[in-house]
Design a protein around this ligand. Structure first.
Ligand SMILES: [Zn+2]
Length: 351
């Protein structure tokens, strides 16, 4: 999988390739987001880029917005394309099927089937679709202790091909507690040139001891969710951005109270909307793409996008990721929104 083949994730892809190029690869990462929006595809593209022998760089201007990508041609890329690279290890939830059953089953028994599924769905298939593919619709899949043993063993071995060993655990929230506890040790004591990517749709059911040892990469929903944002979100956003531009503390504090009074789910939805709105402005301003969002305010529509540039987009993205993560982990909302507001205000000055 190359980044160019994943729709709507250019900003995140640029962020990821930059991490690799600057040699700051964190040993354990959590790719959080819907598979249908590309969370698993992004994890695989990231691993492919990491192991690519001829990484391609397209300069600041980029190619279709991408500043870098794997080559797609070197021996490592070819094996990644077929998901047959010996240093790529995939784990996923499964349950006994009509033909593969018994207490001793593990992910190893379903590797071929899982790769067929990824190919059939272009790596965007959902968990329900995977269960349907396995014909286990009525069962609950799990990632089991046996798989954790396998992961620990794999991480302890030398890489076959000399590059990075990569373990990708798809739907990591389906690890039962015993499994999660077993892999914790591997997360704590990393072996050199290994990368573990947990791909999850929700961090709610994951052990906090696991989450705290990962670096978060948020994969945004793409598609129509932007266009259905309510008038209320639009108004909240426009008011907020104007306050941050001038940094008026009294009205900012009132604004934070308004958001804090809403349910946690609405707070989260609003932050996701605001983050998409910022990305939308960036793409319009820097790649000349048409905007998806009408803020219902002519002056704002025409002047705000120019505030989001390549000098502040990553700061902004990171600030939103941190705030969303804090909200998901039940942090105190007012503090999270205030902190986010200050970070945005600072970023806007760097335009
Ligand atoms: Zn390559």
């Amino acid at each position: 999988m190359q980044f160019k083949d994943i729709k709507g994730q250019t900003v995140t892809a640029n962020h990821l390739t930059e991490i690799i190029d600057s040699g700051r690869v964190s040993h354990t990462q959590l790719f959080l987001g819907d598979t249908a929006s590309g969370s698993l595809a992004m994890a695989i593209a990231y691993a492919q880029y990491l192991n690519c022998e001829h990484r391609q760089h397209y300069g600041e201007a980029g190619r279709d917005g991408l500043r870098a990508d794997s080559c797609g041609e070197c021996p490592s890329c070819k094996k990644y394309r077929q998901l047959s690279h010996s240093d790529l290890h995939l784990y996923f939830p499964y349950a006994a099927t009509a033909t593969v059953k018994g207490t001793g089953i593990s992910a190893a028994d379903f590797q071929g089937e899982f790769r067929d599924f990824l190919e059939a769905k272009h790596q965007l298939g959902t968990l329900d679709e995977w269960y349907e593919f396995m014909q286990i619709e009525n069962k609950q899949g799990q990632i089991r202790e046996r798989d954790a043993d396998d992961i620990v063993r794999t991480l302890g071995m030398k890489s076959y091909e000399g590059g990075y060993k990569v373990v990708i655990i798809w739907m990591a929230e389906k690890m039962n507690t015993q499994t999660a506890n077993k892999i914790l040790k591997s997360l704590e004591e990393p072996t050199p040139n290994t990368l573990i990517i947990l791909v999850a749709e929700s961090s709610d059911k994951m052990l906090s001891t696991i989450i705290s040892r990962t670096q978060l990469v948020k994969i945004h929903n793409t598609g129509d969710n932007i266009r259905v944002a309510s008038d209320e979100f639009r108004t909240l956003y426009v008011t907020w951005m104007r306050q941050l531009f001038k940094l008026n503390m009294a009205s900012l504090s009132a604004w934070v109270d308004t958001l804090h009074a809403k349910s946690r789910e609405v707070q989260k939805q609003f932050l996701l909307f605001a983050q998409e709105a910022v990305r939308d402005s960036f793409l319009r301003n820097n790649a000349g793409l048409p905007s998806h969002i009408d803020f219902g305010d002519e002056k704002f529509n025409s002047s705000f996008p120019a505030m989001i540039t390549e000098r502040n987009i990553e700061m902004l993205n990171e600030a939103f990721d941190n705030a969303l993560f804090a909200i998901e982990r039940n942090a105190y909302g007012k503090i999270a929104f205030m902190e986010l507001s200050f970070r945005i205000s600072k970023a806007l000055k760097k335009r």
